[in-house]
Write a new protein. Structure first.
Length: 366
């Protein structure tokens, strides 16, 4: 019996040692496999961060518009430069991928990667239109830098409502040029003569401004402006003067004002957080850097173009209209309530806080 037990004990001991060795070998193999997997993953990540990337950028502006020439094209060029040719941004102008009010849906459906957005879509960006209120800023340079400062402040109401709540990231921005009134056939130099006219104006400040002046607002998409002037669908509109020639409005309009400085247009470049976060870190950094640079330079470019355009339009046969000081005072009286009207319209979105943020930013940039 003792021999049997001894033999059995030796057998069990050998079996135990064998199983132990086998377990160690299996564990070593598993660890080796993990190590190889980790190495493969690192290699893949490195490859991903240098692979060629093409991003689509949707814009409602034509190619010769100041927003295209001084904002979008320099932005695309800089991103390509800062990524050493890794990233190419293809710009689709003239609403080729969809109208401006659909920018949010275009971003989230993957139709485009970057889009020109703004208050033309008040359902998603209502508070950005605070910068379209009459007299909000003296010129495009101050307005643009102020708006950008507001968007960089993650605690600002404009950023939280228009971007964070919609899962968007601001990439670049432009406010202005300060708009004037352009008329198809009517020479208007008095505030009271605006009553009853049909005037084009985007949602937000422009629309409220037109109503306050006793006219009827007609919100047109950029490609519709020329046709509407030509057919007499509208009598005129609130338009940034540098937009007149790119949109060929000078072919169908005879008059423009020179000193009203009302309701500038607001542009911003936006990406969805999901798309931005999917990009390699070096590409994200390049996009942010390029966006900052073009935003901080475009305002001065636009302001100079406003001055140059007045001369160009006059030389091409359009007649400039300068409102008298008395008429400007009368207009201011009519437009002062626009601020309160805007604040009430977007009260549920945080309009009071947005106006405060805007005023502080504008003051700091003057």
């Amino acid at each position: 019996m003792s021999t049997i037990h001894a033999t059995l004990g030796g057998f069990l001991l050998k079996k135990t040692i064998f199983l132990l060795i086998a377990t160690i070998l299996l564990a070593s193999t598993a660890l080796l496999g993990c190590s190889k997997g980790s190495s493969t993953k690192t290699s893949t990540e490195t490859k991903t961060s240098t692979e060629k990337i093409t991003l689509k950028l949707a814009s409602p502006a034509p190619e010769n518009h100041v927003a295209s020439r001084a904002l979008l094209e320099p932005f695309a060029k800089k991103v390509n430069e800062y990524t050493n040719g890794q990233v190419t941004i293809q710009i689709y102008p003239n609403s080729q991928l969809g109208p401006a009010p659909d920018f949010y849906n275009m971003l989230n459906s993957g139709i485009t990667d970057i889009a020109v957005g703004g208050p033309s879509d008040p359902g998603h960006m209502p508070l950005s239109s605070s910068y379209t209120l009459p007299g909000a800023a003296p010129n495009s340079e101050v307005a643009t830098k102020s708006y950008w400062k507001t968007l960089q402040n993650k605690n600002s109401q404009v950023y939280k409502t228009d971007f964070k709540n919609n899962g968007l990231i601001p990439i670049a921005a432009q406010v202005g040029p300060s708009s004037e009134l352009v008329f198809a056939n009517k020479e208007v130099s008095k505030v009271n003569d605006l009553k009853g006219l049909k005037l084009h104006g985007f949602k937000g400040g422009p629309e409220l401004t037109i109503k306050a002046l006793g006219a009827t607002p007609v919100a047109l998409e950029i490609p519709e402006v020329y046709i509407s002037f030509d057919r007499g669908t509208v009598d005129g509109g609130i338009i940034g003067l540098p937009s007149v020639q790119p949109l060929k409005i000078n072919e169908v309009a005879k008059y423009f004002t020179t000193n009203l400085n009302i309701a500038p247009l607001v542009f911003n470049l936006a990406m969805s957080e999901k798309k931005f976060n999917s990009l390699p870190k070096n590409v994200q950094d390049a996009i942010i850097k390029a966006g900052n640079e073009v935003t901080n330079s475009i305002g001065a470019t636009v302001d100079k173009e406003v001055s140059d355009t007045k001369t160009q339009l006059t030389n091409k046969g359009m007649k400039p209209i300068t409102f008298s000081d008395a008429e400007l005072i009368e207009m201011k009286k009519k437009l002062d309530p626009v601020w309160k009207g805007w604040e009430k319209t977007y009260e549920s979105k945080g309009s009071t806080a947005a106006i405060k943020d805007m005023e502080e930013a504008v003051t700091s940039e003057k």
